[in-house]
Design a protein around this ligand. Sequence first.
Ligand SMILES: [Zn+2]
Length: 324
Amino acid sequence: MKAWLKASFIMAVASSIVLTGCGNSKPDSLSAFSGKKLKVAASFYPMVEFTKQVAGDHAEVIGLVPAGVEPHDWEPSAQEMKLIKEADVFVYNGIVEGWAEASLKSAANDKRVVVEASKGIDLLEGLEEEEEHKEEPKKDGAKVEEHHDGGQDPHVWLSPALAQQQVASIQAALEKADPAHKDDYKKNADAYIAKLKELDQSFKTDLNNPKRKEFVTQHAAFAYLAKEYGLVQVPIAGLSPEQEPTPDKMVSIIKFAKEKQVKTIFFESLVDPKVAATIAKEIGAKTEVLNPLEGLTDEEMKKNLDYVGVMKNNVAALKKALNE
Ligand SMILES: [Zn+2]
């Protein structure tokens, strides 16, 4: 299915949810700005959610990557390029959005304030890339791969501590674009950051001194979270879910999981759980969701889940898996 067709289909599904009044879920993707408020285009779910929390009633925040779509391999269509061009503020995480730089150039707008929310945060390097490179004969170091992930790990939003920095960056951008509502943006950001601090505290408490530190995930999304709380992430796929494991990698994960007596293999709601299920079956473990918050499914929206709600589920799932 063509990307734009897929996007329209998902948008149609999202709108129908709102029309039938299921919960408070709003479609993350609208087709156009009404133009009555500050116009903000944000890339994918955590960026949309953080921006809405800071903006409150003062901005119209449109998410570009439709709900339920995995953002690592998404690219904007002509319709989304129009939104990027019209936006007063453009919010993106960085790295995940390999399309951002070229899109901002092609949809030029001198007045637009751009915020790369992971900027200023010390980014981790993904180990996965090195393994992949080993497979290929290196003819010329510079031309090995033009992979948009570039080896740096983008998943900073999954650390409640680093998420606070992202919210502060978004706050600064909204204040710059719309100084008239500066006080409200500050008030909203402070309130949301307080919630993230509470979340951070619950991770510290619940993940303190577990029976084992290792957890097996579907793709390498949880390195910042693991680092923050002294855990060890063992990812099946690489920094993007597209980077599938080699047979050798599968064997080593199975061996490791057996040694550590891992009883839960985590998978994600937006990615086919086939490989995670295979590993779980091999070692006699069960599968559970650990959500990298790269987009909410319709099901999650129906349950009124948001960033904080999903992260609470994540900490509960981790606590259980690390202590069983
Ligand atoms: Zn990811």
